[in-house]
Write a protein that binds this ligand. Structure first.
Ligand code: BGC
Ligand code: CA
Length: 372
């Protein structure tokens, strides 16, 4: 019910996500800036004409292999539904689509083996959500050896790794943008409601729940949310920071410990994703805290459960991580790579990157995300 919103053809914001220098509004499915157009065309030509070999006949099927770091991750399991839907939509009577998914349960060694299996099974495009984003070398070597392009997603390899071969791409979103939006949402809520500063000391006592160390979305989201609050004139006092690896149950446990140390002093919880914000809420529920003694909670993702919590005012706000847009971009790119046409229309930045914009979600605009 939550994916009615990001239909094909929607305007999306593209940028390089690193320097903020390259920024242009393009359509995912049509309009494009000329320089990007040329960069993508050049990348396509280099990729398809590697070693001066003649172009092979484009195949009559897309056989996609999708490898997840951990399929029980809430955001990724919802993204997986969108991706399958988008890939199967490419099928028509002349053209077959198959999708095989693999779950590495957090281990890069397992994922390396799974990618080999996918290639051996005949996959002609791979979508890889790295278990360890700093260690893609084995997968890249395998893919290059068999000339199977890879669309990395959600867990971003470093630029040097993505430069290793022309057949490597990345689809995701800009971590800093999500942190800034979370900070702006929290600042606005604090300015609008003097009750949030419960002890009336003019400062907001806060706690952060962080995703996996080393993930591009963990540290950057935290830093930019906190910086944005400060830039908006909010005085902060950090009480604690807990790592809960994106996971609701781990967040509940960490939060129970933090509450036992700080009792009802906590006024604000910033979580790097919705699942951890929900885990923090679970901790308070388990301890039977009354509503007036609760802090305000902010998440990121807009998962089904996250949106529901915003609708019920349990979560003050979240930031929408556009899984429909990411899935549509990946499917479009996968088709262009396999069919060897249309890559210039995908709007890739630097011939390699595709970043979908985040959006703020509050009770005021929740209906446009839930379709309710
Ligand atoms: C999402 C998290 C998710 C993580 C997995 C992040 O972008 O916000 O919910 O667990 O990606 O890599
Ligand atoms: Ca206070």
């Amino acid at each position: 019910m939550y994916n009615s919103r990001h239909a094909a053809g929607k305007e999306i914001q593209m940028h390089d996500g690193r320097t903020g220098a390259e920024s242009a509004v393009v359509s995912a499915f049509g309009r494009k800036k000329k320089n990007r157009h040329m960069a993508a065309a050049a990348a396509l030509a280099v990729f398809f004409c590697a070693c001066g070999r003649p172009l092979p006949e484009p195949p009559d099927r897309i056989q996609a292999g999708v490898a997840y770091y951990n399929q029980s991750d809430t955001f990724l399991s919802e993204l997986n539904d969108c991706l399958k839907e988008q890939l199967y939509k490419l099928e028509n009577k002349h053209f077959e689509v198959t999708v095989t998914t693999k779950d590495a349960a957090g281990l890069q060694r397992t994922q390396d083996d799974q990618v080999k299996e996918l290639i051996d099974a005949g996959c002609n495009v791979l979508c890889v959500n790295l278990a360890d984003r700093s260690d893609p070398s084995e997968i890249i070597d395998l893919a290059r050896e068999h000339q199977v392009p890879i669309i990395f997603f959600n867990r971003e390899p470093v630029a040097e790794d993505l430069m290793q071969w022309e057949g490597l791409f990345y689809v995701g979103a800009d971590a800093q943008q999500s942190g800034v939006m979370q900070g702006e949402l929290a600042a606005k809520a604090i300015q609008a409601d003097s009750q949030i500063d419960r002890n009336k000391d003019g400062k907001i006592q806060y706690v952060v729940l962080e995703g996996e160390p080393g993930h591009q979305d963990a540290i950057i989201r935290t830093e930019s949310a906190v910086d944005t609050l400060k830039k908006n004139g909010i005085e902060l006092e950090k009480l604690s920071c807990g790592i809960a690896n994106w996971n609701r149950a781990q967040a509940q446990n960490r939060m129970m410990q933090i509450i036992s140390e700080h009792q009802n002093r906590i006024e604000l919880v910033l979580a790097n994703n919705d699942d951890m914000a929900l885990g923090a809420i679970d901790a308070y529920q388990k301890l039977n805290y009354t509503e007036t003694a609760l802090p305000v909670f902010f998440g990121i993702d807009g998962t089904d459960a996250g949106l529901e919590a915003v609708a019920e005012s349990k979560l003050a706000a979240t930031v929408y991580n556009d899984k429909e847009g990411q899935a549509a971009a990946m499917a479009k790119l996968a088709a262009a790579l396999v069919l060897q046409k249309g890559l210039e229309e995908t709007g890739l930045v630097d011939g390699k990157y595709f970043y979908l914009p985040y959006e703020k979600v509050t009770r005021d605009n929740i209906s446009s995300f839930t379709g309710a």
